[in-house]
Design a protein around this ligand. Sequence first.
Ligand code: OSB
Ligand code: MG
Length: 374
Amino acid sequence: MKVLEFALHTIALPLVTPFTTSFSRQTERRVLIIELTAEVGGALVVGWGECGALTEPVYSSEYLDGVLDVTVEHLLPRLAAASAADDLTAESVAGLLSKVVGHRMAKAAIEMAVLDAQLRAAGVSFKNYLGVTRDRVPSGVSVGIQDSIPELLDAVAGYLDEGYQRIKLKIRPGWDIEPVRAVREAHPAVPLQVDANTAYTLADAEHLARLDAFDLLLIEQPLGEEDMRHHALLAQRMTTPMCLDESVVSAASAEDAIEWGAAAIINIKPSRVGGYLEARRIHDVALAHGTPVWCGGMLETGIGRGANAALAGMPGFTITGDISASGRFYKQDITEPFELVDGHILIPDVPGLAAVPSRQRLAEATVETVRIGF
Ligand code: OSB
Ligand code: MG
């Protein structure tokens, strides 16, 4: 394809309730949406991408303003020659950007917009591109840290009433054993897991092993992003299966984590690993090793949410992911909302990655747009 313009929209969406993790308390989601206008075989096509980065570098080293800077100054210019030769494809984006170290979330958003435009031009759904045969995926919900255990129990009961099939509790030192115990006692049979977002060290092994009493599906990223070996050591001291999120940034690191015993399960987030194509490679590596995966989230708008649902339809995704309904985070999304249907999210089967934003909703939510002409 030949690119005409990348429009980088920074939008702000208020959250229905504050989302507190071990690293931050968010009341709004400020997110970069990429609108790509391109010419494919003489036809004008628009593609949409969404960036996973938060406003602060507290989940990973990337953050919104940094993503904007690297995208404008270092990433988009590297696509110019291929675009001018009408030779740009989604499959070529990662290679063209590979000299830039890291910045995977920024790269992922660009690749996503190109892939969306490419699939739309071809009239192919992401689901079919991936060879997915399922029509829907079970829906789980990530429950933030609450001010008290009664409030947590209320929140969990509300999500279960809505039909969510799996509960993930955010934990941190001081909010771990007792909240998990309370939820487990209130709901003895509910599929339950925890996510610490790197808040512990190996010195906490004995404390974390107390979570083994609660029949958890997994514990997600208890230790630091770079502590692969410590995760392997911790895994030997707990019976709860070890799952990595932050530490797995590529198919190569996924293979390391599996081979070294640092991960029995992997959370795949397309944005964290540089895009949907690398996410698929992680899926393939894990499937070959018999390691289950599930699809995580970054509070996606409908744009990323629909694409995540399609990815999670692949056969290795045997564990319920964090693909909730849009209403879990947003009163008003920028796309048509994804709803829970019998505890599931339906996998979109329309050309492209899935959803497109409404022009009016996008305009209402936009804080700033930067346009890069090609
Ligand atoms: O660790 O999975 C995480 C949100 C922001 C940053 C990191 C994480 C999360 C979530 C929410 O847990 C997942 C979602 O529903 O989008
Ligand atoms: Mg996580």
